[in-house]
Design a protein around this ligand. Structure first.
Ligand SMILES: C[S@@+](CC[C@H](N)C(=O)[O-])C[C@H]1O[C@@H](n2cnc3c(N)ncnc32)[C@H](O)[C@@H]1O
Length: 392
């Protein structure tokens, strides 16, 4: 399985167009856009998105691509009052996240590393109409880079302003991050396709490198709320919380070394599922080289191995019934069976209360311990207690 990119047929048309442009030395980009625009999806704020192939997963929310960049990535992660900022834009695609950053920031010096595996996708940004003025700067940076690479031959853009420094990297993000400066980024935008389609960019090992690249108060922002990804952030030693909701059912995720940067904790149900069930088993890629399907298969096996041995089964959301009455229906019978396999005979009993006590403002199990203040500590504490109960 290759890394997932936007639709290959569209990317091939883009490559063909730029080969023609190089042959003729003339830009006919407006015509080229007219020909391929039917394959793109126009979102309500006027910005465009493209689906992946295979999978048909859009690169952005269909509710508004450039608005998502601003609301989910830039506003929650980039300090508004900094004089200088340095940002890592992973999976930079059409360049909307960097464009939204440049539009939003008041910093006098801005440095951005943009990382995108597909040169054709960067070239697509030269054809797609810019949704905001700042996108012209991204187009300039991409065009400059693609001219150096011989992919593009005609210069049409104005160049990047002197106070903005954009470095473009056209490679697998797993290789690029190994070359970047530790402790130097104010914000990292992680905008890969979803975790079950691009798991290689959500593994403990990859996220641990991102954690090293962050400044002590830097923030990682992403749109996904997937449990294995949040588990990987925690395993990388970061504080984790919810990001703003826009265009998708759940909010994204924010992570930082500094707990002060995390304003909204994870929801209680998310904390429970990550702490206590196999849903919180992260993806792994020790050499940063596994293929996506291998990463998914290994996690599937890890989950099966953990079920009923070190973790509750995630089926029928078993952990959410701790401290509650289990209904007398078919699902309820499955919940009870899953709890009994872990040695928990009563969902409201002593063991159950002991495990979930860290989520309660007042002690509910007689341990007398103060509940921790953040999601990460609650998750670690609940997991430890479950393991104790399960005799691990
Ligand atoms: C969800 S889209 C990102 C949209 C983008 N941020 C924008 O503003 O248009 C995911 C992007 O990740 C790229 N990609 C996939 N695998 C990658 C990898 N291993 N390293 C870097 N980029 C990758 C795809 O080509 C695609 O453009």
């Amino acid at each position: 399985m290759e890394p997932l990119t936007p639709r290959r047929d569209v990317l091939e048309s883009i490559r063909d167009y730029f080969e023609l442009e190089c042959r003729d030395g003339v830009s006919r980009r407006k015509d080229a856009w007219r020909k391929i625009s039917g394959d793109f999806i126009r979102t309500p704020d006027g910005s465009w998105t493209l689906e992946s192939s295979p999978g048909g997963e859009a690169m952005h929310t269909r509710s508004g691509a450039i608005t998502e960049s601003l609301e989910k990535f830039v506003k929650p992660a980039v300090p508004s009052d900094a004089e200088r900022i340095r940002v890592l834009d992973l999976c930079s695609g059409l360049g909307y996240n960097t464009a939204a950053l440049l539009d939003h920031t008041g910093a006098s010096e801005v440095e951005v590393d943009m990382v995108e595996i597909s040169a054709e996708t960067m070239a697509a940004a030269l054809l797609v109409p810019s949704p905001i003025e700042a996108h012209e700067i991204v187009r300039s940076a991409y065009e400059e880079f693609l001219i150096e690479r011989g992919f593009v031959c005609v210069r049409t853009t104005m160049g990047v302003p002197k106070n903005i420094h954009i470095r473009v990297h056209n490679d697998d993000a797993r290789r690029v991050v190994a070359e970047l400066e530790a402790g130097s980024y104010d914000a990292i935008f992680l905008d890969a396709f979803s975790p079950m389609r691009a798991p290689e960019l959500y593994t403990v090992e990859f996220i641990s490198i991102l954690a090293e690249l962050l400044k002590s108060d830097g923030v990682i922002a992403t749109y996904t709320s997937a449990a294995p990804f949040r588990a990987a952030l925690l395993e990388a030693g970061l504080y984790v919380g919810r990001g703003p909701v826009f265009g998708r059912r759940s909010g994204g995720t924010l992570a930082s070394h500094d707990p002060e940067m995390i304003k909204t904790p994870l929801g209680w149900a998310d904390e429970r599922m990550i702490a206590l069930s196999d849903a919180g088993i992260p993806f792994r890629d020790p050499e940063l080289s596994r293929a996506p399907d291998e990463i998914i298969e290994i996690r599937r096996r890890d989950r099966m191995a953990a079920r009923n041995l070190t973790r509750l089964s995630s089926a029928v959301k078993t952990p959410l019934y701790l401290g509650r009455n289990v209904p007398e229906d078919r699902n309820g019978r499955r919940v009870r069976r899953n709890l009994e396999r872990a040695g928990i005979m009563d969902s409201m009993g002593r063991e159950a209360c002991y495990i979930i006590c860290p989520q309660s403002p007042e002690c509910i199990c007689g341990c007398g311990e103060k509940g921790p203040l953040n999601s990460g500590e609650r998750i670690i504490m609940m997991r430890r207690r479950l393991e104790e109960v399960m005799g691990v």
